[in-house]
Design a protein around this ligand. Structure first.
Ligand SMILES: [Zn+2]
Ligand SMILES: [Zn+2]
Length: 256
């Protein structure tokens, strides 16, 4: 069984990504209420009762707010870094697995490599998933693509990649100056151009899927993201844009 993945929603109002192989399904982040999570999962033909675990990238509420309630209701193990666990009062979790920023681990037959990213969180990690010859990278919520990030995410078969903002829209947009600096800074979020630059450097030809994600509703438009990523989109087999409301439907990564 190769990897499949889908999204409950992507953006600053809530995130959740499903990664599945065979009978196992992981939820990466949960920024939705229990009810909303159940509703969005049902849309994708699954229930939280089907989950093997929840993995958390960092403590920002668009990724964390729904984790503890869901874990408690469905008695799910939660994987997160010590920094993420301690960054906030998450509340009681039924089963905690602390992960290290560089130490791969496995959940069922899915190999998970956490990758430290520069983001304004205590100990943020993004993930590369591997299963029987196919690999999937989830890469959002980072201000800079470091060589470390590039070496881990540069050769995936499928990639969910942040293109958060258009720098001009951010500069002219409604955010207060401090938030503009935060979002556009080295520990904020990737712009359309940073995402495009990363793909240009590592090459996108090997990608079966490129899913552009965490697109700001205030500081970006689909057209601007599409325009900036046009060259990369042309060279990948499939390019999609994740949506805040609907995420994206199941995609299957074939072994290479
Ligand atoms: Zn986020
Ligand atoms: Zn964040």
């Amino acid at each position: 069984m190769s990897l499949r993945f889908a999204s409950l929603g992507s953006g600053s109002k809530g995130n959740g990504t499903l990664v599945a192989s065979g009978g196992h399904c992981l939820l990466v982040d949960c920024g939705f209420t229990i009810k909303e999570t159940e509703r969005r999962m049902a849309r994708l033909g699954v229930s939280p009762a089907d989950l093997s675990a929840i993995l958390v990238t960092h403590e920002h509420s668009d990724h964390l707010s729904g984790v503890a309630p869901l874990a408690r209701k469905y008695k799910l193990p939660v994987y997160l870094t010590p920094g993420t666990l301690r960054a906030r009062d998450i509340g009681v979790l039924p089963e905690v697995h602390l992960i290290e920023g560089h130490q791969p681990f496995a959940v069922a037959d899915i190999q998970v490599t956490p990758v430290a990213v520069p983001h304004d969180a205590r100990e943020a990690a993004q993930f590369v998933f591997r299963c029987r010859g196919s690999s999937l990278g989830l890469l959002t919520d980072l201000g800079t693509v470091t060589p470390h990030v590039e070496s881990h995410f540069g050769a995936c078969d499928a990639l969910v990649l942040e293109a958060n903002h258009d720098p001009r829209m951010l500069a002219q947009g409604p955010y207060p100056p401090s938030l503009k600096r935060r979002v556009g800074g080295a520990y904020g979020h990737l712009s359309n151009q940073q995402a495009a630059g990363f793909l240009e450097r590592v090459g996108a030809e090997q990608l079966q899927y490129l899913v552009v994600a965490h697109i700001s509703e205030k500081n970006n438009t689909l057209e601007l993201a599409r325009e900036a990523l046009a060259e990369a989109a042309d060279s990948v087999a499939n390019c999609l844009f994740a949506c805040q409301q609907r995420g994206f439907d199941w995609l299957q990564v074939e072994p290479d």
